[in-house]
Design a protein around this ligand. Structure first.
Ligand code: ATP
Length: 234
């Protein structure tokens, strides 16, 4: 389990995240909803080791990791796929995937590539072409593939559907379900609440840096705090 307990994160004197607690379970998707500026990205970045918290704990399968730098957090099995994809545009699709697999034993790389290509067949077709020529949705698949090939236990996904065509949103978000079904614990921030709820198991709503709701998808659908986060007014 990944436990985020009473996490607080500051930018200078501004406390952007205040006492946030949530749990991510292997095999489940936890969806984080909230208006712009609610502190969703800050939470993810802090959990991933990119911004040390001012307080609270991040416990990954019993180990406190909140003081570890990002590469140590990644080694412990937690990867962040940031908003905006950030693929290496001049490298080929396959080279981008190989970067994700650089810590894996050489004998396992081919198998990892095969699994990514069977999940996203378009990446196989484009494997020798530059990643920079992929569409936004294909770049999101590549960013997911690069994270998945590193064999994470937990994936933090920031706004994966941002800027994508509706058909791509479905492809990208259904792959999130596949990650969870493989046993990965997924923590996903998604502004497209309707599409996010389709693949989520658990929901956390954030309002102005704090958790305003936490519960199952079924209980989330008719909760007023979730509705406000949903409408972008939380
Ligand atoms: P969005 O959907 O717009 O990305 P969010 O819920 O992810 O919103 P954050 O990006 O985490 O929210 O921002 C939380 C608060 O922290 C906001 O008030 C924002 O202005 C502030 N903030 C974010 N990044 C920084 C930074 N680098 N320096 C100072 N303040 C920041």
């Amino acid at each position: 389990m990944l436990e985020i307990a009473e996490l607080s994160v500051c930018y200078g004197r501004v406390e952007a995240v205040r006492g946030v607690s949530m749990t991510v379970t292997p095999g489940r998707v936890t969806l984080v909803l909230g208006a712009n500026g609610a502190g969703k990205t800050t939470t993810l970045r802090s959990v991933a080791g990119l911004h040390p918290p001012a307080g609270g704990r991040v416990v990954l399968e019993g180990q406190e990791i909140q003081t570890r730098p990002v590469h140590k957090v990644a080694q412990a099995g937690l990867v962040l796929v940031p908003e905006g994809r950030r693929v290496f545009g001049s490298l080929s699709v396959e080279e981008n995937l190989q970067l994700g697999a650089f810590t894996a034993p050489k004998s396992e790389v081919a198998g990892g590539l095969e699994r990514v290509y069977s999940m996203f067949p378009i990446l196989r077709e484009r494997r020798n072409g530059p990643a920079g020529l992929l569409s936004g949705g294909e770049q999101q698949m590549l960013a997911f593939g690069r994270a998945f090939i590193s064999k994470p236990k937990y994936m933090l996904l920031d706004e994966p559907s941002m800027g994508l065509a509706p058909t791509m949103v479905e492809t990208v978000l259904s792959s999130v379900r596949v990650f969870a079904d493989e046993g990965i614990g997924v923590l996903m921030v998604e502004q497209n609440a309707e599409a996010g709820l389709e693949v989520a198991d658990d929901v956390v709503a954030m309002t102005r840096g704090e958790v305003s709701f936490s519960g199952s998808v079924d209980t989330a659908r008719d909760n007023s705090a979730v509705l406000l986060a949903f409408l972008g007014e939380g």
